[in-house]
Design a protein around this ligand. Structure first.
Ligand code: 5GP
Ligand code: ZN
Length: 113
């Protein structure tokens, strides 16, 4: 999608620090990390938010979660991790291409603030 930051990162038009990539998914380091390990995991195909997941595109989200399990092994996150999706205004979503924050390497508070 034109003018979508994460589509541009997926296309390599904007540089990122790549953590994992396959045909459907890209994971890269968050520019403003909230934990010692903080990756943003995206489907390469544009989906605006979790609110736009349908029977037609949910395979892209499934691929993201398959990738997360691989990244956890690749990065030795055996102590655990948190996957966060911010959706919409009250959810705190600032980039309107669905993405999952993968946070690890510190004890993450629950419930979140
Ligand atoms: P949201 O608030 O939409 O859930 O998360 C957007 C995330 O993208 C934020 O954690 C923010 O730090 C990250 N981010 C925004 N712009 C860039 C960028 O240009 N490069 C990278 N690597 N991360 C970004
Ligand atoms: Zn996009």
């Amino acid at each position: 999608m034109a003018d979508c930051l994460f589509c541009k990162i997926a296309a390599g038009e904007i540089p990122s620090t790549k953590i994992y990539e396959d045909e459907a998914v890209l994971a890269f380091a968050d520019i403003d990390p909230q934990a010692p390990f903080h990756a943003i995991v995206i489907p390469k195909k544009h989906i605006g938010s979790a609110d736009e997941i349908t029977a037609e595109n949910s395979v892209e989200v499934a691929r993201v979660f398959e990738a997360i399990a691989k990244i956890a092994k690749q990065e030795n996150l055996e102590k655990g991790y948190r996957v966060v999706n911010n959706c919409g205004e009250d959810g705190g979503q600032t980039v309107h291409h669905i993405h999952f924050h993968l946070l690890a390497r510190r004890n993450l508070a629950w419930p979140p603030g």
